[in-house]
Ligand binder design. Structure first.
Ligand SMILES: Nc1ncnc2c1ncn2[C@@H]1O[C@H](COP(=O)(O)OP(=O)(O)OP(=O)(O)O)[C@@H](O)[C@H]1O
Ligand SMILES: [Mg+2]
Length: 380
């Protein structure tokens, strides 16, 4: 049995949506799944249409009043049981427990049902309290959905730190996987975020991402997972892939139904490559960097830039920014060496501010621009 904790202290990043749909996709693949709602808001229970204010929940289990078996609602969806949450669960944050046992309560209470499930998916609350610590400690994998928005990455470093501390305290490895959510690749900002996430979390980023769609909101409102509400939608496919990928990571490749281990491996490798390509394409860079050339010597004059990067066509593919005392030329370039000239008021000349020059075929000089790996180049 493997435990996947879906966690991020940032609210509204898609934890619950991911927990519900991941659980449902695993269930569809003939896995025995328990969705454990660890959020007193009870949104996972709602999303599966089983929220009941008077239900008993993990609070009663943590107080030792009843066993975890007693709160489980069986067969809520194909292959999926749900352990629901109610507002009462908030009180669990304040239960008196021995300090050396604080983080392992949940793990202890899950022990009697370990053999009943292949996967337990935990929907964590949006705060780093006792409940979340317990989930992280019990987890075989922490799945962090990151919303592709301005504040989406806030607090993630702190989460990594906490997971590292827990790892050390309990002497266990807890792999982390990052899932970009609410991806709207039509917006440039979102493309930038995707690029940033890829750079920052590198190998922890999954090959799959979840796009923004109102279909998910509609499904939640109906109390069913997306694979039941709209099974052919892109997000249904994306969540199915997420399930496959996590199953593989958690070393159960044979369970990725109908595939041999090598097929799964090659599919995941291909997906990873496709994702990398999509990400760099979406980021609009394709490995290119922004290079800014700034000129102070041409106040009020018409300045164009031509070089080996734009087939010597003046200003083609170049963005010009003019300020009072300088002109900037912005161009996206791969690392490497380029030659260029300026065209000032229609007259071709070398860049007077750049001492790097090479003779050209017309008896003059071309200026030389060296673009290093990952840095902006400015000429003054
Ligand atoms: N891919 C998506 N496209 C569109 N809407 C989405 C998507 N994922 C989630 N949402 C919507 O965004 C809102 C927040 O999602 P969700 O409840 O899953 O986040 P959460 O991280 O669990 O929030 P909380 O921190 O409050 O528990 C919900 O209204 C949900 O329907
Ligand atoms: Mg939630």
């Amino acid at each position: 049995m493997k435990i996947i904790a879906v966690a991020n202290q940032k609210g509204g990043c898609g934890k619950t949506t991911t927990a519900i749909n991941l659980a449902a996709c695993l269930g569809k693949k003939e896995q025995r799944v328990l969705l454990l709602d660890l959020d007193p808001q009870g949104h996972s229970s709602l999303g599966f249409g089983v929220y009941n204010e008077d239900a008993r929940d993990l609070y009663d289990v943590l107080t030792g009043e009843i066993g975890i078996e007693d709160i489980i609602l069986p067969n809520v969806f194909t292959g999926v049981d749900v352990a629901p949450a109610t507002k009462m669960l908030a009180a669990a944050e304040h239960l008196p427990v021995r300090s050396d046992e604080r983080d392992i309560q949940l793990e202890k209470h899950l022990a009697p049902i370990r053999d009943r499930y292949d996967y337990i998916v935990i929907d964590c609350p949006p705060s780093m309290g006792l409940l979340c610590f317990n989930a992280l400690t019990a987890a075989d994998l922490v799945l962090i959905p990151i919303e592709m928005s301005l504040f989406g990455m806030h607090g993630i470093d702190r989460m990594y730190e906490i997971i590292r501390e827990l790892r050390e305290r309990h002497g266990r490895k807890i792999p982390i996987r990052v899932l970009p959510t609410l991806v709207d690749s039509r917006t440039r900002l979102c493309r930038q975020f995707l690029h940033e996430v890829g750079e920052r979390f590198a190998d922890d980023v999954l090959s799959v991402m979840v796009q923004f769609t109102v279909r998910l909101k509609e499904a939640v409102r109906q109390g069913v997972p997306i694979i039941a509400y709209d099974p052919t939608s892109t997000v249904a496919v994306q969540y199915d892939r997420l399930a496959n990928e996590l199953m593989f990571i958690l070393q159960d490749p044979a369970a990725a139904v109908g595939e041999s281990e090598s097929e799964t491996l090659s599919r995941l490798t291909a997906m990873k490559r496709a994702f990398e390509e999509a990400r760099s394409r979406l980021a609009g860079h394709g490995g290119r960097q922004k290079v800014v050339l700034r000129f102070y010597d041409f106040n009020g004059r018409d300045v164009k830039l031509a070089g080996s990067f734009n087939d010597w066509r003046p200003d083609q593919g170049i963005v010009t920014r003019t300020e009072n005392d300088f002109v900037e030329k912005v161009v996206m370039l791969m690392p490497g060496a380029y030659q260029y000239r300026l065209i000032v008021d229609g007259i071709w000349q070398e860049d007077p501010s750049n001492p790097e020059q090479v003779p050209n075929y017309s008896g003059g000089f071309n200026s030389v621009l060296q673009v290093e790996e990952e840095q902006e180049t400015a000429s003054a």
